[in-house]
Design a protein around this ligand. Structure first.
Ligand code: UD1
Ligand code: CA
Length: 443
């Protein structure tokens, strides 16, 4: 069955109090609208049209993709008027049209699939929910169990306001019926808007069947109007990600204290302590332990490796098996092979590190000369003494040892001690300067 999707994203979002358009605000690093578009894509629709508004060029340029159509709505005269703007792009297509909101980011594709199934090709299907506090929502008015109309809060009488079944706003309607109904909408209501919800009465008049489906959880249809609501849905999303990880066997010290802003792929028996942030695509192989307060971005951690506490793995980090990255160690665009260790206070950038290498505390790869980046190569079994600077491009040979404090500017030969350090002297009889009793008078 073919499907069209219209995503409403023209609303201003004043309550965000931001220069960034509301639908570009992120949840787990991805814009709200991007989440809605991706959910729509999961349904394999024939077309997706985003209705954007005043100042929405920023939205369009941020989100544009070959599979998206765009319709501008200016001024914004209501949800019915908004959907109407998308119709020319669809011509008069018989397939069902799904209406989504660009600021409702966490709807599950499975919920939408149920709604689409319920609609078939010839029914109007509404996604509705029962809320203990339905204030502010459109209410679903039923007679003998059948939906007869939706009444907005501001237009409702006391009896209607007591109804707890609400309109989530998400619906599916046959395309040709929508194209017929939308131009007939009026705006004689409390808000002077063209309400999409008035199509319900038109369907009733035509004798079209109206069906409903329901989300599994209320957060699936929660929208974002403020920073507070954005933060609340961020927590819901992170909790969902944490649940999925735990179901897959990952041990989380506290599912409320992990942030995944991308894709986290874990092997068996991975454990993650509190306050870790994962960005981009991160792979943790079997038995990896991530200790508290680590930030990992686009990194691969090999089996049995231990990272942290307080470590940062930046893009392009690939750790082999049983690698130890300790506190205050930053690794960027580097491969570190099996059984190597950098346990304290180090910067390893643009480096290729072999197996069983020990990188001492305070080691720094000087990979940048202010204009260009250079690589450091450290071969197997090398021992890098503490407080060493490796001025790239430079190679430390297999089995080489660098003495503590070395500033390495030339390659270090294999199986050799290389040390660059001022000779230590001890001066006998040297006296510390004493404070002058009367500093004005120099003698
Ligand atoms: C709408 C529904 C209401 C439902 C509620 C759920 C109507 C008339 N009412 O309320 O029954 O309970 O959603 O949240 O449909 N938008 C546009 N252009 C416009 C107006 C709105 O693109 O001219 C977009 C907004 O950006 C938003 C969505 O449509 O994403 C809903 O708009 P909003 O004002 O939040 O909803 P209401 O109209 O109050
Ligand atoms: Ca409104």
């Amino acid at each position: 069955m073919s499907l069209n999707v219209v995503i409403l994203a023209a609303g201003q979002g004043k309550r965000m109090r931001s220069d960034l358009p509301k639908v570009l605000h992120p949840i787990a690093g991805k814009p709200l609208l991007g989440r809605v578009i991706d959910t729509a894509r999961e349904l394999n629709p024939a077309r997706i049209c985003v209705v954007y508004g005043h100042g929405g060029e920023q939205v369009r340029s941020a989100m544009d993709a070959p599979d998206l159509g765009w319709a501008k709505q200016e001024p914004q005269l209501g949800t019915g008027h908004a959907v109407l703007q998308a119709m020319p792009g669809f011509a008069v297509s018989p397939e069902p049209t799904l209406v989504l909101y660009g600021d409702v980011p966490l709807t599950r594709a499975s919920t939408l699939a149920r709604l689409i199934d319920a609609a078939g090709n010839d029914k109007l299907a509404l996604l509705t929910a029962r809320l203990p506090n339905p204030h502010g929502y459109g209410r679903i008015v039923r007679v003998d169990g059948k939906v007869v109309r939706i009444v907005e809060e501001k237009d409702a009488d006391d009896a209607e306001r007591a109804i707890t079944e609400i309109n989530t706003g998400i619906l599916v309607a046959p395309g040709e019926a929508l194209a017929r109904w939308l131009p007939q909408l009026g705006n004689r209501n409390a808000q002077g808007e063209y309400y999409l919800t008035d199509i319900v009465q038109m369907a009733v008049t035509e004798g079209m069947e109206i069906v409903t489906a329901h989300p599994d959880a209320t957060w699936e249809t929660d929208g974002v109007n403020s920073k507070s609501q954005l933060a609340a849905l961020e927590r819901v999303h992170q909790r969902n990600v944490a649940e999925t990880l735990m179901e897959a066997g990952v041990m989380l010290a506290d599912p409320a204290r992990i942030d995944v802003r991308g894709e986290l792929i874990c092997g068996r028996d991975v454990s993650i302590d509190v306050n870790c942030v994962f960005e981009g695509r991160v792979v943790l192989e079997d038995g990896v332990r991530i200790k508290a307060n680590c930030v990992l971005e686009d990194a691969v951690v090999g089996a049995g490796s231990v990272v942290g506490p307080f470590a940062r793995l930046r893009p392009g980090t690939v750790l082999g098996k049983d690698v130890h990255i300790g506190n205050f160690v930053e690794v960027k665009n580097s491969q570190i092979a099996d059984h190597s260790k950098a346990n304290h206070l180090a910067y390893v950038g643009d480096a290729t590190v072999g197996s069983r290498v020990n990188i001492g505390a305070g080691t720094i790869t000087c990979n940048y000369d202010g204009a260009n980046k250079f690589r450091t190569v450290i071969e197997d079994d090398a021992f890098i003494g503490s407080d060493t600077q490796l001025v790239a491009p430079v190679t430390v040979g297999r089995g080489a040892t660098l003495g503590a404090g070395t500033t390495l500017t030339k390659d270090a030969p294999p199986d050799t001690l290389t040390v660059s350090r001022a000779k230590q002297v001890s001066i006998a009889g040297w006296k510390r300067p004493a404070k002058n009793a009367n500093p004005e008078k120099k003698v």
